[in-house]
Write a protein that binds this ligand. Sequence first.
Ligand SMILES: Cc1ncc(COP(=O)(O)O)c(C=O)c1O
Length: 494
Amino acid sequence: MHIPKKPLAKKQLIEQMRAMKVSDADWKHGRTWSLVYHQSEKHEALLREAYGLYIAENYLNPMAFRSLRRMEAELVSMTAGMLGGDGDTVGTTTSGGTESIILAAKTYRDRARARRPWIRKPEILAPRSAHVAFEKAAQLLGMRLVTAPLDDDFRVDLKAMRRRINRNTVVLVGSAPQFPQGVIDPIEALGQMALEKKLPLHVDSCIGGFLLPWWAKLGRHVPPFDLRVPGVTSISADLHKYGYASKGASVLLYRSMKTMRHQFFVSTDWPGGVYASAGLPGTRPGGAIAAAWAAVMAMGEQGYMDMAKKTAQATDQLMAGIRQIPGLCILGEPAMSLVAIAAAEPEIDIYVVADELERRGWHTDRQQRPANIHVTVTSNHLKVIETYLVDLKAAVLYARAHPEERHEGNAAMYGMMAKVPVRGLVGKSVRKYMETMYSAEGGIPELSKMGQGEDSDALSKLIDRFGPVAMQAMEKAEALGRRLRERLRKRLQP
Ligand SMILES: Cc1ncc(COP(=O)(O)O)c(C=O)c1O
């Protein structure tokens, strides 16, 4: 591909782009259970216009674009008001949940460096279920991520968390809610632990921050999770999820500037000038901040309450429907609108169910440990819950009737990826997939075809050569591991 010699006409370009979009995930009609939060055509038009007003502005320099600085400050202040902040609460907007988490990790690393300079490898202590962005942060920042196992209800095991605190720990983490099963960690108890151990506590409420406050106002049970909880020193909440902003917007709040000051980057010697920034990027799109500000102002409390009500209704309907389908179960007790659907019987492979749902036109997210299908319910799904449940039921019947399919196609690939005990093998396989996707030829390789032919990698070879046998062996090993863990747990219990 070369840059076209002559400019293309707008009409032709837009037509081409519309045509390119045809095979993308269909989110507008509720067929996608993640990635996009769609409020209405009207809301989308507003976001487009607000973004467009600031399409050229660069928030690299807040002094040059004071209107953006004002919007950022107002976003921080409105979010703080919603999440139990007070007059001391400070914060920044960022490009999304991952940036908020990386910045929080950097802040606590540098805070610890200032107080305990002997720490060689600062540790983030988080529940096993904490978002993978903490692992990314640790990798990027030369830190170590230490994880604590979960209780049977998928909330972090507090005793295990406490046992893992050591002289290198620089921050504790809890999620409200965590993504995999949508449950809220015991934030009050974690806050207590943080105070006792004189450690900061970050609450990752990236996905729940803009829904839980309204959920509670609907009269639903929401345990304390925000800055009202003693011991919580920071919290992240994404505008581009249930805040219904356009992509590229999250808020990171701190209880006080005492902590936040460690987030700032300042360089005084660069020939390009003295340089300071609050976040990861240099150049920052003004549009994302402007659209986020417009989103919150346009939604207002009333809009958020209405959205929460519809989301709750859709989630209730979905969960009730799933509980009626023989062979399925829901993992844990979701605190809001994230639901993990698993097989309740060994004859059903949930990854075969997922493949069948995909064939029926549903963009489906698979999780592992344990295997399940993950859905993020939004108000936009209210209109499709019934159809989804019909297809889900049919997909379960299909999986029951075709147990052999667990050894084929995507189901086999996901099954293997979830079960192969040598994680390095899985990592290698996924890296190969990435290399193919980002190679000069480009394109999206089909997951089930990955590694076939010349390009064959270890994981695919395993599937090709030993398919069903390997899978059975791994399932046996897994069951044995589960039994052993159970016996150990019983023996170790006082
Ligand atoms: C709990 C939680 N934290 C962090 C993130 C990361 O957010 P982002 O994808 O905007 O980087 C997510 C995304 O779903 C999440 O659910």
